[in-house]
Design a protein around this ligand. Structure first.
Ligand code: ADP
Length: 446
């Protein structure tokens, strides 16, 4: 089927409606004016007939008409007929060719040939059984001049009026539909050019189109985010997996060539195992972050007692050679996803343990200030130089990769920590001095 624009359809419909309305209005005006004209003609006819009938006398076969008798008055013709219905006085109007039986006192419409006539017969008695007929006639006036002028004006005005009205509605509709055209064009451009960064960008308004455009923009933004997250995931994963895979490959080759003793083989296998562990941790970390970013893995929020959660996670944990101290205030509750929050705490404490030399101290504090719940992880380890402090939150950023290479980890931990804090409506802050230690604080609302 041919595609027809909604604008055209609405304009046509409105024009048709206007023609109909106009026609209806005109018919109504004509009907009213006709009935008014007819009514006043009837009154005129009766008045003349009644006044004339008083001026007739018929005595002993002689008809006498007084001076006030009028054969023609205001369009009314009066005729006198004998009892035998033979015309005695008056002139029949030329246009009246009809024949009508005499009926006294009934005002009726009679077809007079060319025009319709109003007719009123009155019996003028003389004595008991004689008398004459008075017949009053009047041509039913056609629509008056005013009505005729009105009709003419309407006929002339109608096309102008219709043209103006349909042009007006077309222009208004075109303006109203412009946002839709823009939505259409943007969607088509995204489809053709695969450019997800394009937006409709309608100014915020209160009509349906503005909210539709806003919803579309949100959808495009979401699509763009997930698309970017996917691309980022693929890029990060392939980049980061390259190193462990290369290490595993060369370990295998080396092992085939040179490992002679059982111990040597064990050592190579252990190295392969470590690299495989690192790969698997990397992939699962990346996957979690991507899912959280895309919104496919939504946090399931419940009321969490922060001190209790920290105690459950860390009381049984042992960090070899490190002195782990917990200082947990009771009654610090937040809305959080316990699994995600647990991952955040573990990441911070693991880092503190990794970057603190043997004999160092790790302090975990749960408390609150006036506005926020706070979780502080403090260590007296190697610290972080000021130039790295901003960057360590980025994916894969490691302040000192040579130092980190002996630890498992690929620089994803803090990026995930920051993402989890953000998902909970909170934030992370850091205070650190190289050589003295670091203090990571999670701020959560509530
Ligand atoms: P990873 O621990 O896998 O290297 P993270 O994202 O957890 O990755 O940390 C990024 C970098 O931040 C680390 O490589 C390290 O340089 C620095 N860092 C994190 N926590 C600490 C800490 N407690 N003390 C000193 N440096 C730290």
């Amino acid at each position: 089927m041919k595609r027809q624009s909604v604008k055209l359809k609405i304009t046509l419909w409105l024009t048709l409606l206007m023609v109909l309305l106009f026609g209806l209005l005109l018919t109504f005006v004509l009907m009213i004016s006709r009935s008014v004209v007819l009514q006043s003609a009837r009154q005129q006819l009766s008045r003349t007939a009644m006044s004339n009938v008083g001026e007739i006398s018929y005595e002993n076969g002689t008809l006498t008409l007084s001076d006030d008798f009028k054969f023609y008055d205001n369009g009314v013709t009066t005729l006198i007929y004998s009892q035998k219905e033979a015309r005695m006085a008056g002139q029949v109007p030329v246009a009246f060719q009809g024949e009508a039986p005499f009926v006294s006192g009934s005002l009726r419409e009679v077809d007079g040939g060319q025009t319709v006539y109003l007719l009123l017969d009155l019996w003028v008695p003389s004595g008991w059984d004689t008398g004459v007929w008075q017949r009053a006639l009047m041509a039913v006036p056609s629509a008056s001049q005013t009505v005729r002028n009105l009709l003419l004006a309407a006929m002339l005005a109608l096309p102008m009026f219709l043209l103006l009205a349909s042009l007006g509605s077309w222009l208004i509709l075109r303006r109203a539909f412009r946002p839709l055209d823009r939505i259409n064009a943007t969607a088509a451009a995204i489809g053709e050019a695969k450019d997800l960064s394009r937006r409709i960008g309608l100014p915020a308004g209160r009509d349906e189109f503005s909210s539709l455009a806003a919803s579309f923009d949100q959808l495009f933004a979401r699509l763009e985010r997930s698309f970017e997250a996917e691309t980022q995931f693929a890029a990060d994963a392939s980049h980061e997996l390259r190193t462990p895979v290369a290490i595993i490959k060369s370990a295998c080759e080396y092992g085939k060539e040179y490992d002679e003793t059982r111990e040597e083989r064990q050592e190579t296998l252990a190295m392969i195992h470590r690299q495989a562990d690192a790969m698997s941790a990397l992939i699962s970390g990346l996957l979690t972050m991507t899912r959280l970013e895309q919104g496919t893995e939504l946090p399931s929020m419940t009321q969490v007692e922060l001190g209790q959660l920290t105690a459950e996670l860390l009381e049984a944990a042992a960090y070899e050679g490190k002195d782990l101290r917990l200082q947990l205030d009771a009654g610090v509750t937040v809305r959080a996803d316990p699994a995600l929050l647990g991952r955040l705490i573990r990441n911070l404490v693991d880092n503190a343990a990794k970057f603190t030399p043997p004999g160092g101290q790790i302090q975990v504090i749960v408390t609150r200030n006036k506005k926020e719940a706070l979780l502080i992880v403090r260590d007296n380890g190697i610290g972080i130089a000021p130039e790295h402090q901003e960057k360590i939150w980025q994916r894969f950023y490691q302040a000192d990769p040579s130092r980190s290479s002996d630890h498992a980890g690929a620089g994803l931990g803090l990026a995930m920590v920051e993402q989890i804090a953000r998902l909970h409506g909170g934030s992370m802050s850091l205070k650190s001095q190289p050589g003295q230690g670091s203090e990571f604080t999670l701020h959560l609302p509530g």
